[in-house]
Structures are given as structure tokens and as C-alpha cells.
Design a protein around this ligand. Structure first.
Ligand code: GLU
Length: 432
């Protein structure tokens, strides 16, 4: 069951290209610009031979794909996951170009990663591997060239290793080479919460336009990393009832509502996984499942629960055509990149479900990455309140523009987001 979550269902780049082509045709995009966007500016593949703590040698593959820099330096995360591949990174880097255009930050799109299971490495091995990756990428990244950030299984600590290695290589301290750094290494207040918080602002903005009160809406969140854990917290603060949470190994469904996300997080930290984290008061234990009327759940099953809002916040392609038919949630808030296949998208649209697309919903992370980069470049420091206020402004504006476009043209929010992005790219593009 669990495997399907991580199985590649379709080539995300192929399906994305099809959507790009159809929106380009509808918006009469210049064919030269379309031809440019259908390809990637630069594809970098490197080998990373690592000597492990026990003396054995393992060779990993690392990728950085620079899709497009029409609107500014390439920008996007680095993910560490066994399924990282060229096609996955191609799609992810393209989505960054579109996302950055939708949320209107002066960046192009890039993405990268290493095909590795980071949990199987020691911290020393992970650091060695990261530094080796930086040595291979040194000529291709930089504050005005390409600015990586965290993504799946990467975090502020890994970003600090990148700053350190890059700075050593170029002979000066360059914090703006990545974003998502720890605060004491030049990171921004609020970056950690940004993707989740941005998702909340987006959902609230769309609900308001539709005249739906968020209070009391039931929510299921698939994925409990940086994005999933924060969106659950923020939606709970808005009065939503979080009924189900899971990570890649499984999770919990408490129809009456999960009490404290903090406790679930503490339980997961202690055990290493979320399944069985039924918490009452300060005690979290599988024994408490009964009084809470909790039910164990797989990452697959969570998608089919009878909730108002489904939040995929893990990996791409989890909502397949088969799944889409079984989805009961009226709203799907795509906090993962590319969680819905093209066929599933059509099915959900026919069922009149409202999908708030990834390139809008999860753009809060890169929006605050922009604030971080700006603070580094201009030697400024914003308070957390300032960052959250700016983020709110960006997300509400993006949601409003996309929603209006969807109403005016009678198209889905996803097609509207693509339309807005393509219009902005066309404006910034200089034809040669
Ligand atoms: N990895 C995040 C994303 O997919 C953030 C990228 C960034 O901040 O550059 O949007």
C-alpha cells in the first residue's frame, strides 16, 4: 500500500509539458518563448563518490537543472531522496519558473538533488556528500546565478554546510548563495514556517472569495515534514479541525480532531515515525488510540477520508486517476509539488472539486526565500512580524490574481495560475 505513494505513476515532466502546451495555445504565447520553456537552459549531472564512515565507497548521482532565468537568477530547492531523477528534477525546475512568476519574485526556476536515502547516512557522511556536491556545482551557483534552498529531506543545517563550502571555495563569505539558512548564518526569520503559512494564507483567500468559513472545516494532511507539520498547525489556529496526519510510513485518523500538533511532532521525533502517535495530555502512546477513537491509517488511505480539505504535502503523483475517483474532500490544497497526475486533475475537475494548485499554494517558501536573499544582499534584517506581513501580502495578491483570471476565463485555478505565470514571463522576456 505504502509503496504507491513513492511509486512513479507517470513522468511528471511529460504531463507538465502537455499542460504548458495547451495553456500556451490558449494564451497565444509566442512560439519562440514556448520552445524556450519546453526545454531547460542547463542540465548538470555529477557523480559523487563518497567514502563512508566504515571505509566502504558508494557513488551517488547529483543533479542541478536550471530551467529558465528570464525573470532573474535560477531559484529552487535541493532534495535528497532515492527517487531523484533527471525527469523529476526537470519537472520540479519548470514548476519553480512558474511558481516564481505566480508569486511575483524576481527569480527564474531551478531545482536539484541527490539520489540518496539520507536517513541511511550518518551526519558526517551527509555533510561530506553535501560539500562534495558544492565543489562540483561551484561554478554554476551563486547569488546572481542560481540560488538553491531546502526541499524534501534537506534543511537549514545542510544549507549552512553549502554556505561554508561555497564561501571557502570562492574566498569570501557569501550567505546569499542559498536560502533557508539557519538564522545565525544569515537566514531569515519565518523561513521555516513560510511554506505552511503561505499555504494557509492562500486557502483562506480562496475560501473567502467562495464565501466559505474556514472554522470547523475538517482537514487531512499527507506528509509531516516541514510543510505538512506547519500547515496543520496554522490551519488548526484558524479553527479548522485536523483529523488525520501521516508520514511515509503511516499515520493516525482521529475523526473527533487531533488535539496538539506539537505533541504529535514530539512523539514522531522520539519514535522516528508518526504511526501510533495517539496523544492525550502530554502522553503519546498507541494505547490511547481507543479513548480517542483513533484509527491507524496508511498514506494511501488518508487521501480518501471524508474531509473538507485534503492537503497532499509529500511527493508528486500521489493523486492518481484511481485515487481521484475516491477523493471525498471538496478542496485539495496542493502543498507538495505536482501531487496530482493529469488524468486525476481532469477527474477532480469533472467532480467539481476545487484544486488550489501547487505553483500557487506552496509558493510561500520561495517568497520568503526571496526576502532572505534580499536581506542578505542589502544587509538588512526583517522581524518575523515583517516577514509574515510581507508574505501575507504576496500570497493574497497571487491568490487574487489567479482567482480573478480563473473567473474571467472560466478555467480551473491550475490553468489560471499557468496563464498568470506565462503572461508575466512573456512580459519580462526579450525576444532575440
Ligand atoms: N523547495 C521549495 C519549493 O519547492 C522552496 C524553494 C526555494 O525557496 O528556493 O518551492
Amino acid at each position: 500500500m505504502e509503496e504507491e505513494l513513492f511509486m512513479v505513476q507517470a513522468n511528471p515532466w511529460t504531463r507538465t509539458k502537455q499542460l504548458l502546451q495547451s495553456v500556451a495555445a490558449e494564451t497565444h504565447l509566442d512560439p519562440l518563448l514556448l520552445a524556450t520553456l519546453l526545454e531547460h537552459d542547463k542540465i548538470i549531472e555529477v557523480s559523487l563518490p563518497l567514502e563512508k564512515d566504515d571505509g566502504s565507497i558508494e557513488v551517488y548521482k547529483g543533479y542541478r537543472i536550471q530551467h529558465n532565468n528570464i525573470k532573474g537568477p535560477y531559484k529552487g530547492g535541493l532534495r535528497y531522496h532515492p527517487h531523484v531523477s533527471i525527469d523529476e528534477v526537470k519537472a520540479l525546475s519548470f514548476w519553480m519558473t512558474m511558481k516564481n512568476a505566480v508569486v511575483d519574485v524576481p527569480f527564474g526556476g531551478g531545482k536539484g538533488g541527490i539520489a540518496v536515502a539520507p536517513k541511511k547516512l550518518s551526519e558526517a557522511e551527509l555533510e561530506k556528500l553535501t560539500r562534495l556536491f558544492v565543489r562540483k556545482l561551484v561554478h554554476d551557483i551563486g547569488p546572481r546565478v542560481d540560488v538553491p534552498a531546502p526541499d524534501v529531506n534537506t534543511n537549514p543545517k545542510i544549507m549552512s554546510w553549502i554556505v561554508d563550502e561555497y564561501s571557502k571555495l570562492v574566498g569570501k563569505y557569501v550567505p546569499a548563495v542559498v536560502t533557508g539558512k539557519p538564522i545565525d548564518t544569515g537566514g531569515s526569520q519565518g523561513r521555516t514556517e513560510a511554506t505552511g503559512l503561505g499555504g494557509m494564507f492562500t486557502l483562506l483567500a480562496i475560501l473567502q472569495k467562495l464565501g466559505v468559513n474556514p472554522k470547523g472545516l475538517t482537514v487531512a494532511v499527507q506528509g509531516f515534514g516541514n510543510v505538512g507539520s506547519y500547515i496543520a498547525r496554522f490551519l488548526q489556529e484558524q479553527g479548522c479541525t485536523i483529523v488525520a496526519l501521516c508520514d511515509s510510513r503511516g499515520g493516525i485518523y482521529i475523526p473527533g480532531g487531533i488535539d496538539s500538533i506539537d505533541q504529535i511532532e514530539a512523539c514522531k521525533r522520539e519514535k522516528g515515525y508518526l504511526a501510533g502517535c495517539y496523544c492525550v495530555g502530554s502522553v503519546c502512546d498507541i494505547v490511547n488510540k481507543k479513548p480517542l477513537r483513533g484509527i491507524d491509517i496508511t498514506p494511501e488511505e488518508i487521501l480518501e477520508l471524508p474531509v473538507d480539505v485534503l492537503v497532499p504535502a509529500a511527493l508528486e503523483d500521489v493523486i492518481t486517476a484511481k485515487k481521484a475517483k475516491k477523493i471525498k474532500a471538496h478542496f485539495v490544497l496542493e502543498m507538495a509539488n505536482g501531487p496530482t497526475t493529469a488524468e486525476a486533475d481532469e477527474i477532480l475537475d469533472k467532480k467539481k472539486n476545487i484544486i488550489i494548485p501547487d505553483i500557487l499554494a506552496n509558493s510561500g517558501g520561495v517568497a520568503v526565500s526571496y526576502f532572505e536573499w534580499y536581506q542578505n544582499i542589502h544587509k538588512k534584517q526583517f522581524t518575523k512580524e515583517e516577514v509574515f506581513q510581507k508574505l501575507r501580502g504576496k500570497m493574497e495578491k497571487a491568490a487574487d490574481t489567479v482567482f480573478r483570471c480563473s473567473k474571467e476565463k472560466g478555467i480551473t485555478l491550475r490553468k489560471a495560475a499557468y496563464t498568470v505565470a506565462l503572461e508575466r514571463l512573456a512580459k519580462a522576456w526579450v525576444k532575440h
